[in-house]
Design a protein around this ligand. Structure first.
Ligand SMILES: [Zn+2]
Length: 310
């Protein structure tokens, strides 16, 4: 079998195998397999399986690019294969992770050895270490060489782009970073935004469902009205990039979720009954996809509000 077809076939097989670990992984989209899309300037994204990968591909150069998140090993390998076929990149200036989750960092072992710098938030590194410690077999995943607390930035060697990472507080996890390509004005939000699908939330890794809308507001006021945002995940049929209006919509979902659960707690509704009767959140009914995570959203919010009360 031709190598390329083999890659596509093994990718499809891997994507079809369901794993309880990747509840929030994007649905496999064959039309995007092994392909990437440019958004603005040299910045684009790659979707296959797992969290959206952000890319900076300097024109006509074999090196000096940036990869933001890495999906899983097969997908990271397929991405490299695609770039090499097109004579694009073989070496990168920077690998950045938006946070530690496996569907965003699983391919780090493929990309990190090709990158001069590898950076993530300090809590994301801690979360990666804790996750590795939990695993039975010793997976050899590289750890970030550089970490930051509030912000970090670097100028790329082509002299045309500056990449800035910024942490806005606990939300999806305790170590979320927004990766901003300043010149192109494109910002990768990682899993800070699930476009029209129920988000995953990880309180065990420092995530904070009640602070999440506060973080979203900080983000849309920090960047400007022309900023294009890349999202970690989107419901089928919805794009993995958008504008501040999508941030507002997601912020609204998180607020409506909190208000709804608070009201139900006041009424004396049990968590079990709440989960059984809820299909969508009043005032945010566009969020109806990825139902497997709806219960997690209700449960984490319920727990956080009860803890706040006591
Ligand atoms: Zn995540």
């Amino acid at each position: 079998m031709h190598r390329r077809n083999f890659l596509k076939t093994s990718l499809a097989t891997a994507a079809l195998a369901t794993s309880g670990l990747e509840l929030f992984a994007n649905t496999f989209r064959p039309e995007l397999a092994g392909d990437y899309q440019l958004i603005r300037g040299n910045v684009g994204y790659y979707t296959n399986r797992g969290g959206t990968i952000g890319l900076y591909l300097p024109g006509g150069q074999p090196e000096g690019g940036v990869v933001v998140d890495t999906q899983f090993p097969d997908q990271a390998t397929a991405l490299l294969e695609t770039l090499r076929e097109q004579g694009r990149l073989t070496q990168f200036s920077l690998l950045a992770n938006t946070h530690h989750h496996g569907d965003h960092t699983g391919g780090n072992g493929v990309i990190a050895p090709l990158a001069t710098q590898y950076v993530a938030h300090e809590r994301a590194k801690q979360n990666l270490i804790e996750n590795l410690a939990k695993k039975d077999e010793k997976a050899e995943l590289p750890l970030p060489k550089t970490t930051f607390g509030e912000s970090w930035s670097t100028n790329l060697p082509d002299g045309k782009e500056t990449v800035s990472l910024r942490h806005f507080g606990a939300a999806h996890t305790g170590g979320d970073a927004v990766v901003h390509f300043e010149n192109a004005n494109v910002a990768h939000l990682g899993d800070l935004l699930f476009n029209r699908r129920f988000p995953y939330i990880d309180p065990g890794a420092g995530g904070d469902i009640l602070n999440w809308p506060v973080v979203m507001k900080k983000i849309r006021t920090h960047y400007d009205r022309n900023t294009i945002y890349i999202f970690g995940h989107a419901a089928d049929g919805y794009p993995v990039f958008g504008t501040a209006s999508d941030i507002k919509a997601f912020e609204n979902y998180l607020k409506k979720l909190r208000n709804y659960v608070r009201k139900e707690i006041k009424k004396g509704t049990s968590l079990e009954d709440l989960k059984a009767k809820t299909e969508t959140i009043p005032g945010a009914r566009e969020w109806k996809f990825g139902e497997r995570l709806r219960g997690v959203n209700l449960e984490v919010t319920y727990g956080a509000l009860m803890a706040e009360k006591s």
